[in-house]
Design a protein around this ligand. Structure first.
Ligand SMILES: Nc1ncnc2c1ncn2[C@@H]1O[C@H](COP(=O)(O)OP(=O)(O)OP(=O)(O)O)[C@@H](O)[C@H]1O
Length: 818
């Protein structure tokens, strides 16, 4: 019998400290073991080097980027080609001129930055603000009782005190985060408690990790939603695409040792890849409002019903960008029992309103209202005098060539300006990239990637990069011109000196920007510096740039021509597709706002509509349908329109022919048409007969004469060479007649008559009678008779007969008979 062997006292026992994981698992409660299986990556292995932990989040992003094959040469390629040919030309010139002499550049000394004068500008009579407490400048507000005070705040000084799971702590170490930043120390414990947060912290203080860590911890602690199936439980809303991509990368890095799924839904990236990702219901979705609404409406199985955590990042910017309606729509779609965290760099009134609407008894964490620049930012300013405005390019070139060589972001006011500077600096040999709204999202992301990976030394950007962008190691921010407001300035210079690192900003200040300059000085805690570049250096760079301006123009023109050609090519391709494509195009994506029109919200009861309003709406729908059918089936639509016109004409002819075959009706005059009393219409005939007053007799006589005239006219032949009557009867005055005057008639061939083509009658086109378009009789449009529009007879509008408006007969307004 195999008994368990006991160990003898003198026996040597080999020490085995390793735990048998499977045994431990068996002793664990089932929920925990399930969690362990689900959350820890079984393929995980320890690595020897900490650098190996660093996660390449760009590769994760690759699936959302659909690379297009661009035929056109990139601007960098053009600059490189030009530089090579210029250098070759210069070498040739030099060899031809002085074959054996070594040339020393006289201007070499100008390249040394030691010639620049940098002086400190001290503020008069202003004391530096005092730091108070351990975490300077951090406040937890309890202003009006709506926000609750965070009692734990200030007690936490390390991530290990926060009860975070091991995979998260490991990721934090891998990202080289040693101690939490103030906003993280304050927000993470509150977030873990499941409380709503309204956070306000300056730019670059680590807000992303402050909300992402509690999210990840919650997902690890409670792996699946209440239903047990994969559902999207966390939604992070950000205002810009770049920020979305960045938050996605941070989230990926923090969750690298877990199995948490993260999806990205931002504009400009491949929509199909996003749809595929969202259909699998990732745990976290990071989105910009517009694209998210698109997916809610158009991606099957994707919805926000199971959202447990909603994050509104950079809320002030979202409200600035007029996302308010979209935000409301999204917030309404989320479950009302969710936890919400709102973060904003500034606490504006509209942000407070949003907080009141979307948060429940939030804890307000107020670190800094972003009213000053980072403590370790060195601010420098270069004065540009009125006559020096044209020197900005030369000054920038001097700064980038002599002083700030790499990791520089230059903020330029316009997209065009950024592009122009890209070419100029490129020709000077500076490795620069541009980032602005004229580029598509893929180009923008590529530029960012190349700047982050040190392929570019300088990033020329518009304000699109001013907020939220976190690029590791940016040493200098240069403001080519100061922005419009102090807030914008803080955001721009906040791209450097982030998370405790040092940085420098250099701003070119013109005469018109002096007011903002003074405001910056007033608000700066540290003394600022003034830099002046010697005039000979500026002159040298000005000359260099001037020499290159022709080449720069040529490159820009060449690029513009290429673009134009490409556009024309695209137009031809599209036209070709439309011509060849018989199939109706696939139905467009549904969207809640189209061309400024808001889609009626399903969850709101429709207001009762008045009859006129309803009619107008129906008409509009009808018109839209017509337009749509035109867009979708252009050929069918044209055919339909022709058929409608023919049908109308045929109906009209039938009606007229019927009328022509009948004797005109003898009617009593209805005094309702005259100026009589409208209140007693029914007995007017009797009244007329019995009324023996002088006025009544006169009137009756007049009417009888008129009636006889009409009768006589009616007896005249309707067909035949008719033409318009010179003497006008009931229908017209001078030029009209019932069946056209000169060229009219019902059946004329050339000059009137039925079916005449040129000057015909019935159906005549130009001067015809019945149905004639221009000078026709019956139905003529311009000078026709019956139905003529301008000078026509019956129904003519201008000088027509019966129904003519201006000089018409029966209903004529101006010169017609009654
Ligand atoms: N605890 C930490 N220790 C060290 N670095 C950190 C820590 N937390 C965040 N960082 C780093 O600080 C930088 C700024 O973080 P983040 O982008 O989250 O700031 P932010 O407040 O969201 O800024 P912005 O308002 O500009 O978007 C990042 O590079 C991040 O890696």
């Amino acid at each position: 019998m195999d008994l368990v062997k006991t160990i003898a006292d003198d026996e040597d026992v080999e020490e085995d400290n390793s735990e048998d994981e499977s045994d431990v698992d068996k002793t664990k409660p089932s929920v925990l073991s399930k969690q362990a299986k689900g959350d820890f990556d079984n393929k995980f292995h320890f690595v020897g080097n900490i650098d190996e932990y660093h996660y390449d989040s760009w590769s994760e992003l690759a699936k959302y980027v659909k690379e297009k094959k661009y035929v056109k040469r990139s601007i960098d390629e053009r600059i490189a080609a030009s530089t090579v040919s210029r250098k070759r030309q210069q070498d040739d010139d030099l060899t031809m001129a002085m074959p054996d002499v070594e040339v020393e550049d006289d201007a070499d000394h100008l390249m040394s930055e030691s010639y620049d004068v940098v002086s400190t500008k001290d503020k008069k009579g202003k004391k530096r603000p005092q730091r108070s407490g351990d975490l300077a400048g951090v406040k937890v507000e309890d202003d009006d009782g709506y926000f609750e005070k965070n009692k734990q705040f200030g007690q936490i000084s390390s991530f290990h005190q926060m009860n975070l799971s091991r995979p998260l702590l490991k990721a934090i170490t891998a990202m080289n985060f040693v101690t939490p930043t103030p906003v993280q120390a304050a927000a993470i414990p509150v977030g873990l408690l499941g409380r709503d947060i309204c956070g306000c912290a300056a730019t670059g203080t680590g807000k992303t990790a402050a909300y992402m860590l509690p999210i990840l911890e919650r997902l690890l602690f409670k792996p699946h939603g209440s239903s047990g199936t994969a559902v999207t439980r966390v939604l992070v809303l950000v205002p810009t695409r770049e920020l979305g991509v960045q938050v996605f990368q941070v989230a990926k890095q923090l969750s690298q040792f877990t199995r948490i799924q993260i999806g990205l839904s931002v504009g400009g990236l491949d929509i199909k890849a996003q749809e595929a990702s969202l259909r699998s219901n990732p745990d976290i979705v990071i989105a910009t409002p517009g694209r998210l609404i698109d997916h809610i409406h158009n991606t099957p199985t994707f919805h926000l019903d199971d959202i447990e955590l909603l994050i509104l990042d950079e809320a002030d910017r979202m409200l600035d960008e007029h996302f308010a309606d979209q935000l409301n729509e999204i917030i309404k779609e989320c479950s009302p029992t969710r936890q919400t965290m709102l973060f904003s760099a500034t606490m504006t009134e509209s942000v407070e309103d949003l907080a009141t609407l979307s948060l429940k008894r939030p804890v307000k964490i107020f670190i800094d209202s972003n009213q000053s620049v980072a403590e370790n930012l060195q601010q420098e300013f270069i004065k540009i005098r009125k006559n020096q405005e044209n020197d900005r390019e030369a000054i920038l070139a001097a700064l980038l060539t002599r002083t700030f060589h790499d990791h520089v972001i230059v903020f330029v006011p316009t997209k065009k300006g950024a592009h122009h500077l890209h070419v100029l600096l490129g020709l000077l040999g500076i490795k620069a990239g541009e980032l602005h709204g004229d580029m598509n999202q893929i180009e923008r992301l590529n530029t960012l990637k190349r700047f982050k990976e040190d392929e570019y030394d300088v990033l020329l950007a518009t304000d699109v990069a001013a907020r939220g962008l976190d690029i590791y190691g940016v040493k200098t921010v240069i403001n080519y011109e100061l922005p419009n407001s102090f807030q914008h300035y803080i955001h721009r210079v906040g791209r450097t000196a982030r998370a405790g690192r040092v940085g420098r900003s250099v701003s070119l200040v013109g005469e018109k920007e002096r007011r903002l300059f003074r405001e910056i000085i007033r608000n700066s805690k540290n003394p600022v510096k003034s830099r002046s570049i010697p005039s000979e250096v500026i002159a040298k760079f000005k000359q260099d740039l001037e020499d290159m301006s022709v080449e720069a123009e040529r490159i820009l023109e060449e690029e513009a021509t290429d673009k134009e050609l490409k556009r024309a090519d695209n137009t031809v391709c599209r036209a070709d597709q439309i011509m060849n494509n018989k199939e109706p195009p696939a139905p467009g994506r549904e969207w809640f706002e189209k061309r400024g029109q808001k889609r009626p919200q399903e969850d709101q009861p429709m207001e009762p509509m008045s009859g006129r309003k309803k009619k107008r709406l129906e008409d509009k729908q009808h018109r839209l349908q017509k337009k749509l059918s035109k867009e979708v089936h252009p050929l069918n639509w044209r055919h339909q329109r022709k058929m409608d016109a023919l049908q109308k004409e045929a109906d009209f002819q039938v009606r007229c022919a019927k009328r022509a075959g009948k004797q005109p009706r003898i009617r009593a005059f209805n005094d309702r048409n005259g100026m009589e009393d409208h209140s007693k219409p029914s007995r007017s005939f009797e009244v007329d007969l019995t009324n023996t007053s002088r006025q009544a007799v006169k009137k009756l006589k007049y009417k009888t004469t008129e009636f006889r005239k009409e009768e006589r006219q009616a007896k005249k032949p309707f067909f035949g060479q008719g033409g318009r009557q010179t003497r006008v009867t009931k229908q017209g005055k001078k030029e009209d007649g019932f069946a056209g005057k000169k060229h009219g008639g019902f059946a004329g061939k050339k000059q009137g008559g039925f079916g005449g083509k040129k000057e015909g009658g019935f159906g005549g086109r130009k001067q015809g009678g019945f149905g004639g378009k221009k000078e026709g009789g019956f139905g003529g449009k311009k000078e026709g008779g019956f139905g003529g529009r301008k000078q026509g007879g019956f129904g003519g509008r201008k000088q027509g007969g019966s129904g003519g408006k201006k000089q018409g007969g029966f209903h004529g307004k101006k010169q017609g008979d009654p």
